[in-house]
Design a binder for this molecule. Structure first.
Ligand SMILES: NC(=O)c1ccc[n+]([C@@H]2O[C@H](COP(=O)([O-])OP(=O)(O)OC[C@H]3O[C@@H](n4cnc5c(N)ncnc54)[C@H](O)[C@@H]3O)[C@@H](O)[C@H]2O)c1
Ligand SMILES: [Zn+2]
Ligand SMILES: [Zn+2]
Length: 360
């Protein structure tokens, strides 16, 4: 029988979110119901609320979550009730052309629950990124549950999206290596995690760029060797100056805007790499001289979820955290209640937090 729980709904474009009673069906074949313990507030939730992702309102928001598996449906072998899991939004299929070529992080047919969660009147909900975890419980595909050793849920959940996206943008997509120079444009939750990732990978120079001094201070604490306030300085010039006049080997764009992408494009060294991890909105356009795209060589990449493989990357990063080698605690700026999501969007908008995390 479906269970009634509380969930945070985005009812329509630009409208404030609100708590509603939602119905969570019992898990069907290949599905799991997870009792959510913590779920971070990510900029992508706000993109959903603003209609920037698609028009499939109402959304059940929340997607950076950790919790405990409550029940599983038929045929589920990867997790069992009682397992502590991080929810992932790319449960790979194992069958598509990317999976069969041994590149499952590009999977084109990732799994979500087949059944729908609904409002009490039967209205079907679109769970953000197929998760919907600003809720006491959520229904997902079992493959969306990645079992890890139990740590603080508010920290573990962050690996479910923004922090993994940021770390992965540096270590997986950007291929940052020992001695590299890296610039990160936009040091919110995602960009700050890229700083951490660059440090983990052994980058020698890590330049954090933001408009907000508070973000630059955190980035320094996480391992940035230099900071640039893009409101005070020409970012391209500043990055070149800090890299012997050349530009950085890898530039990570973690804002998602054409002007910052253009900065990233010109702030990289010849034959360097640009990684776009920030998510643009549908109306944004980019204009660049094609000759510069050609002439400067290198590679222009985008990073979905940090090209992670949850089963490989989540347990490894949790291990590094437990060993004190990955400062994930720094990302939890505050813990809040379920009714605090709208206020958390406001704080995120004003740059007051890296992550507000809803505790359930
Ligand atoms: N690719 C993915 O898989 C993935 C996953 C999660 C989030 N994201 C996206 O990453 C982006 C960042 O997410 P977040 O949660 O860190 O958001 P955030 O709001 O916490 O951070 C954005 C940061 O960019 C800074 N910024 C804004 N304009 C700037 C400019 N012109 N120059 C320099 N800095 C500027 C802000 O001050 C802020 O610190 C969003 O677009 C989000 O949707 C992508
Ligand atoms: Zn696949
Ligand atoms: Zn997210």
């Amino acid at each position: 029988m479906a269970q009634q729980v509380r969930g945070v709904i985005a009812p329509g474009k630009g409208q404030p979110v609100r708590i509603e009673t939602i119905l969570v069906p019992d898990p069907g074949p290949g599905e799991a119901v997870v009792r959510v313990q913590a779920c971070g507030v990510c900029h992508t939730d706000l993109h959903y609320r603003e209609g920037g992702i698609n028009d499939e309102f109402p959304f059940l928001l929340g997607h950076e979550a950790a919790g405990v598996v409550e029940t599983v449906g038929d045929g589920v072998t990867e997790v069992a009730p009682g397992d502590f899991v991080i929810l992932n939004w790319r449960a790979v299929c194992g069958q598509c052309r990317a999976c069969l070529r041994g590149r499952p992080w590009y999977c084109f047919d990732t799994h979500n629950a087949a059944q729908k969660m609904t409002l009490e009147d039967g209205t079907e909900l679109s769970p953000a990124l197929g998760i919907g975890a600003f809720a006491d419980k959520t229904l997902v595909a079992a493959g969306q549950c990645t079992k890890v050793d139990a740590v603080r849920p508010e920290v573990a959940g962050l690996l479910g999206c923004g922090v993994m996206a940021g770390i992965g943008a540096a270590i997986n997509t950007g291929g940052v290596g020992r001695g590299d120079s890296v610039a990160v444009i936009g040091c919110g939750g995602v960009g700050a995690a890229s700083v951490l990732g660059a440090r983990l990978a052994g980058a020698a120079t890590i330049i954090a760029v933001d408009l907000d001094e508070r973000k630059l201070t955190t980035a320094s604490a996480l391992g940035a060797t230099h900071t640039v306030n893009g409101g005070d300085r020409d970012v391209v010039e500043a990055v070149r100056e800090l890299t012997g006049g050349f530009g950085a080997d890898v530039v990570i764009e973690a804002v998602g805007r054409p002007e910052t992408y253009e900065q990233a494009f010109y702030a990289r060294d010849l034959a360097g790499t640009v990684v776009l991890v920030g998510v643009p909105t549908p109306e944004m356009k980019l204009e660049l001289p094609l000759l510069d795209v050609f002439g400067r060589g290198g590679s222009l990449k985008s990073s979905w979820y940090g090209d992670c493989l949850p089963s490989r990357d989540f347990p490894m990063l949790i291990d590094l955290y437990s060993q004190g080698r990955l400062d994930l605690d720094a990302f939890v700026s505050e813990t809040i209640e379920l009714d605090g999501v709208e206020a958390a969007f406001e704080k995120m908008h004003h740059g007051d937090v890296l992550r507000s995390v809803v505790m359930l």
